[in-house]
Design a protein around this ligand. Structure first.
Ligand code: ADP
Ligand code: MG
Length: 339
């Protein structure tokens, strides 16, 4: 009997791969299943390692992104996974499969984006691989970072009663993408900022570091797939549930002011993805200390003992919240659905 990958989904497949791999918690305190693996280098420090692929036609479209932005984003999404562990990004390797349509200037522009982003976050390019691709531009970026063993923040430490925080605002990137593909609506006020957030996300490295060094966060993830999916990962791996208050979810004034969007504003925040903000949990009694870190973080809800996620509306109605972010293999992309 052959099972289709679409029946299992991306996360089910990763789960299976993880179960088939050898595990050694002494050598790799964090293996498959978090934002980055944490590999023990010395009793006190870990090497953080993460890799992400970007494929033309899946993750980006050269008609809607310039190559500088693409390079920036390829680096930024990986830096973000190091930030999500509370680590410091250090070294980067980039592998590219280039279609014949790309010129030397295109590739150098792509690398200007990569290195500008790396430099901004204190990392450097140290290697990679270069080959030809018959049709699509394929990019694979690996980031290495470091963190103190005792300070790194995983997805699995959330406890019932912890508050749930998110930095910045959510939904901007997904709205930006929609505006980009719509083309003619580019003139909408605020559209430029939303598009920028989609094309050149800014990973929250300083925020992640502050949280790690303060020891205040119990769990953390970066919002790459959408709030409902990424909070779902924290819940699953911590063995808890969550209650999110719809009216607390931080939305930018740009997102709220764009009237030409196809879905309700909240849908972008719940399932949009690619915001690369940090989503973290922390004990309720540490709220003042979190605020004093000045992370521009908002409390959006609380962790519950009861499994499953709930979304509480402004009117006080509680709905079940299903993970609705992007899954590479599900035949239809599930929206951050509220039932
Ligand atoms: P993120 O969105 O933070 O980049 P992913 O959802 O891509 O995380 O991956 C989740 C976890 O699964 C990570 O620990 C990643 O390293 C691991 N993973 C994903 N694909 C594979 C694979 N093919 N083989 C081994 N590990 C994988
Ligand atoms: Mg991540």
């Amino acid at each position: 009997m052959h099972m289709r990958i679409s029946d299992l989904g991306e996360f089910g497949l990763i789960d299976r791969i993880g179960k088939s791999a050898t595990r050694n918690a002494k050598k790799a305190p964090v293996g498959i299943g978090d934002d980055a693996a944490a590999l023990l280098l010395s009793p006190s420090s870990t090497l953080l390692a993460t890799t992400d692929m970007l494929i033309e036609g899946v993750h980006f479209d050269l008609r809607t992104t310039d190559l500088y932005s693409l390079g920036w984003k390829a680096a930024a999404v990986n830096v973000s996974d190091i930030a999500a562990m509370g680590g410091v990004p250090r070294f980067c390797l980039t592998s590219i499969g280039m279609p014949p349509s790309l010129t030397v200037e295109d590739i150098m522009e792509f690398y200007r984006g990569v290195t500008t982003c790396l430099k901004k976050f204190g990392a450097m390019l140290v290697g990679g691989d270069t080959c030809a691709s018959p049709k699509n531009f394929v990019i694979s970026v690996t980031m290495l970072g470091e963190s103190e063993r005792k300070r790194m923040i995983t997805r699995s430490g959330a406890l019932p009663g912890d508050l749930i925080y998110v930095t910045g605002t959510l939904g901007d990137s997904a709205a930006g993408l929609e505006l980009l593909t719509a083309g003619s609506r580019l003139q909408a006020p605020g559209a430029k900022r939303l598009i920028e957030k989609h094309l050149r996300p800014v990973p929250r490295v300083a925020e992640g570091r502050k949280l790690a060094l303060s020891g205040l966060a119990s769990a953390m993830i970066d919002v790459s797939d959408g709030l409902s999916s990424d909070l779902g990962h924290i819940c699953e791996q911590s063995g808890v549930g969550a209650e999110v208050f719809a009216d607390r979810i931080p939305l930018s004034k740009e997102l709220r002011s764009v009237s030409s969007l196809g879905r309700p504003v909240l849908a972008y925040a719940l399932s949009g993805g690619e915001d690369y903000e940090l989503l973290f949990t922390s004990p309720v009694e540490r709220e003042m200390e979190i605020m004093s870190l000045r992370l521009r973080a908002t409390v959006i809800g609380a962790i519950t003992r009861t499994r499953g996620m709930r979304l509480v509306t402004e009117q006080g109605e509680s709905h079940s919240l299903a993970p609705g972010g992007y899954d590479h293999f599900r035949s239809r992309q599930r929206r951050g659905s509220v039932r």
